[in-house]
Design a protein around this ligand. Structure first.
Ligand code: HEC
Ligand code: HEC
Ligand code: HEC
Ligand code: HEC
Ligand code: HEC
Length: 214
């Protein structure tokens, strides 16, 4: 109990700075006494402790739990842990199954939860991730995937034009079929656009990619 109090105080001191920092500090604080924290929570000592101690312990235990579960993959964590490796590499699905390039062809678009459910009504229904997915589909909510490749809206870009000119997905996005979690495998910026345009004798006029700038 005494040690728990100390952990709590230390956490409180640091926790006072800000939530993000507290999260970063939490594993260090509890690394030495993870069992202690966990067992205290189990035994319901929580009710005897000041509120901030309990808050700290819940945070610490959940951070530890997460760290143990998932090694850190590159790229943003997504609302549902979608793996291209599993679906494209493993199941052999085509990119176009989920990325359709609707008219006028600028965007590739993303599959809706309802589309995913065509398989997942049956496949892996015991998985928590799939149950979450099913929730989105049922309520017709849009999944807020975190974007990986995104350019500012003042730049013109059309997928279709580039695909018709012979570029492939790999040219700009790398070997997506090998990714367990999407990340920016290839830099996309003005220099990389320009390099390819120069190499392919496509225009590098400012107005080709930008609205007229005065
Ligand atoms: C010439 C480079 C290039 C090629 C080739 C390319 N992409 Fe992209 N892709 C981009 C850029 C640039 C963006 C960001 C567009 C934006 O933010 O407006 C992007 C965005 C995306 C997105 C996010 C949705 C969107 O449209 O913004 C998806 C999905 C995507 N690409 C899939 C693909 C697939 C699948 C292929 C192959 C069929 C492909 N891309 C080929 C450059 C490329
Ligand atoms: C053509 C069928 C098909 C489609 C479409 C499909 N999946 Fe899957 N998905 C699978 C299969 C098969 C597995 C692997 C099951 C296994 O491990 O045995 C899987 C596994 C998963 C898993 C891992 C579940 C777990 O806990 O192991 C997630 C998450 C997932 N899919 C999400 C999605 C999302 C999101 C979409 C839509 C963008 C989607 N899937 C579309 C067939 C599909
Ligand atoms: C089963 C459906 C499915 C298939 C098949 C699939 N994707 Fe995706 N793709 C997704 C989903 C869902 C996301 C959003 C979550 C994420 O980023 O992992 C995504 C995201 C992406 C993005 C990042 C878009 C951005 O800017 O945030 C790219 C690039 C991409 N896919 C390319 C491809 C390519 C190339 C292929 C074929 C080799 C492919 N995808 C096949 C479902 C799919
Ligand atoms: C892999 C090489 C390659 C890359 C990378 C590339 N481009 Fe292109 N782009 C081309 C080629 C080739 C053309 C000419 C197509 C034609 O005229 O048929 C083109 C044409 C265009 C056009 C004219 C399209 C139209 O609507 O007529 C724009 C705008 C453009 N690219 C913007 C970009 C931007 C922005 C990027 C970076 C995000 C980029 N490109 C990256 C090869 C590339
Ligand atoms: C082939 C396409 C292409 C051409 C041609 C092009 N740009 Fe860009 N430009 C881009 C892209 C893509 C970005 C966004 C870069 C990013 O987000 O990293 C950009 C960004 C910019 C920015 C904002 C930079 C910043 O750091 O905020 C300026 C300014 C700019 N371009 C000016 C120009 C000028 C001037 C020219 C003519 C000499 C030109 N661009 C030609 C694609 C192009």
């Amino acid at each position: 109990m005494k040690r728990l109090g100390q952990i709590g105080k230390a956490f409180h001191r640091r926790g006072a700075k800000n939530a993000e920092e507290a999260q970063r500090e939490a594993p260090n604080l509890c690394a030495a006494s993870a069992n202690l924290c966990a067992s205290a929570v189990e035994k319901g000592f929580g009710s005897l402790m000041p509120k901030f101690v309990r808050l700290g312990i819940v945070l610490v235990v959940s951070v530890l739990g997460l760290a143990a579960q998932t090694e850190k993959l590159p790229g943003p964590e997504q609302p549902i842990p979608f793996s291209h490796k599993l679906h494209v590499g493993g199941q052999g699905l085509k990119c176009a199954t989920c990325h359709k390039n609707p008219d006028p062809g600028e965007r590739m678009g993303l599959a809706s939860a309802a589309m995913c459910m065509q398989c997942h009504e049956e496949v892996k229904t015991d998985s928590l991730a799939i149950q979450k997915l099913a929730g989105f589909a049922k309520d017709k909510r849009e999944i807020k995937w975190r974007r990986v490749y995104e350019i500012p809206s003042y730049v013109f870009f059309s997928h279709r034009v580039h695909l018709e000119a012979g570029s492939t997905c790999v040219t700009c996005h790398g070997e997506v079929k090998e990714l367990e979690q999407m990340y920016k495998a290839k830099e996309i910026n003005m220099a990389s656009c320009m390099n390819c345009h120069q190499a392919n004798k496509a225009s590098t006029d400012c107005n080709y990619c930008h609205e007229k700038m005065n």
